[in-house]
Design a protein around this ligand. Structure first.
Ligand code: NAD
Length: 366
């Protein structure tokens, strides 16, 4: 197969981890007889430095022309980077919001999977972890509070601010359909998270999700209020398969779920629209604190590349091969610094490696 992949290396550790993902993709191409063509796209801080804009029209056109985009991460240290002296719509993060909107990427998928080899990194008690957990957070990405009308104004001599949370039924239906489709490929359970006891937008969310559920009789649907969901994620994460939720709830819960796995450097993500196109990126940020040191964990980005093969290119066996190779490398005790056992824990059989070595090991095990 001939695939055109847009590559946004971005800032901080982005270029380091993307290089390793491309190394793995090239090895997959060789082994399975595919051709991956890469088109380098500028976005984020590096784009500001080169063009004055975090995301240019040209970059959007390049992304639109690709079958899928692989992104490292964008942004810098908010305290020291000159990018954060710019107005909000000119900062690196504006590039991310802009590309999601321009490509209509309304569905964000974030797996939270506890690798048995990394159980030690999970902050939860052993009896809660049990045999581990494996959930997929499906977050609506282009509607709700982050895109609604907002204003800060003076009223009767006092400053007040408001934000609005709006969803229409079509926006809810299309993400719900995606959520149920994914559940069909997994354990066939959807937990729809809302705040229907208070919010009108949540009551509409619940109604539309129930309508969609009627078309998926094999999938079990449950509703959960967001405050309870935040609790249940640390009390009994095993109960979840697909968590389906709106933009802001998903933003918060997906970070909580990733922390519960204990290893941000292991978590991939995908943002999809209603075609096969997807933007694939690690869940973590640009980690300016470790950028340039060659120690970042490239696995989240490599797993994002595997998600790209699975969801955009329907290359399930190639994606499986990457995931299996990562498992073998972990089984053999190789760890980047972020997934090393905590100080004082057993180190027998564990070898610490840097970014490039981790990429090489995964290629070797393919
Ligand atoms: P972060 O995820 O970059 O870092 C949090 C902590 O996790 C740091 O200690 C970092 O060293 C560590 N970490 C993250 N990824 C790692 C990896 N692959 N290997 C090893 N350690 C890793 O979050 P932050 O510090 O809040 O944000 C830094 C910058 O990233 C900010 O500018 C923020 O806006 C940006 N950001 C970008 C994205 C994105 O590009 N999608 C997402 C989140 C944050």
């Amino acid at each position: 197969m001939n695939c055109n992949i847009g590559v946004i290396r971005g800032d901080g550790i982005g270029p380091e981890v993307v290089s390793e993902a491309i190394k793995v993709l090239d090895a997959v191409a060789k082994k399975y007889n595919h051709t991956f063509n890469y088109d380098e796209i500028l976005m984020g801080g590096c784009s500001i430095d080169a063009t004055g804009e975090p995301l240019t029209k040209e970059a959007i056109e390049q992304a639109k022309a690709a079958d899928a985009v692989l992104l490292g991460s964008i942004g810098g240290d908010a305290k020291t980077s000159p990018w954060y002296k710019l107005p909000a719509d000119k900062r690196p993060e504006a590039g991310l919001l802009g590309i999601r909107k321009a490509l209509n990427l309304f569905a964000n998928l974030r797996p939270a999977y506890l690798y048995p080899q990394l159980k030690e990194a999970c902050p939860l008690r052993d009896d809660i972890i049990g045999d581990g957990f494996d959930m997929m957070i499906m977050r609506e990405l282009t509607g709700g509070l982050y895109f609604g009308k907002r204003e800060t104004r003076e009223v009767n001599g006092k400053t007040e601010a408001y934000d609005t949370l709006t969803y229409n039924e079509d926006e809810i239906r299309r993400i719900a359909i995606r959520g149920f489709d994914i559940a069909m490929k997994r354990k066939k359970k959807v937990t729809s998270v809302d705040k229907a006891n208070v919010l009108d937008s949540s009551r509409l969310w619940r109604k539309v999700v129930e309508e969609v559920a009627a078309d998926y009789p094999e999938v079990t649907l449950e509703h959960m209020l967001v405050d309870n969901a935040a609790m249940q994620l640390v009390k009994d994460p095993k109960q979840f398969d697909v968590i389906l939720t709106e933009n802001m709830f998903g933003d918060i819960l997906s970070d909580e779920a990733s922390m519960v796995t204990g290893s941000i450097g292991m978590l991939s993500s995908a943002s999809l629209n209603d075609t096969k196109f997807g933007l694939y990126e690690p869940s973590g940020g640009s980690a300016p604190d470790i950028a340039g040191k060659g120690i970042a964990n490239p696995i989240a980005t490599i797993l994002s590349a595997a998600m790209m093969l699975r969801f955009t290119f329907d290359m399930d066996k190639e994606a499986d091969a990457i995931e299996n190779a990562i498992n073998k490398v972990l089984d053999e005790g190789y760890r980047t610094i972020d997934i090393m056992p905590a100080p004082g824990k057993e180190l027998t059989g564990i070898t610490q490696v840097g970014t490039e070595k981790m990429g090489d090991l995964i290629v070797e095990h393919l």
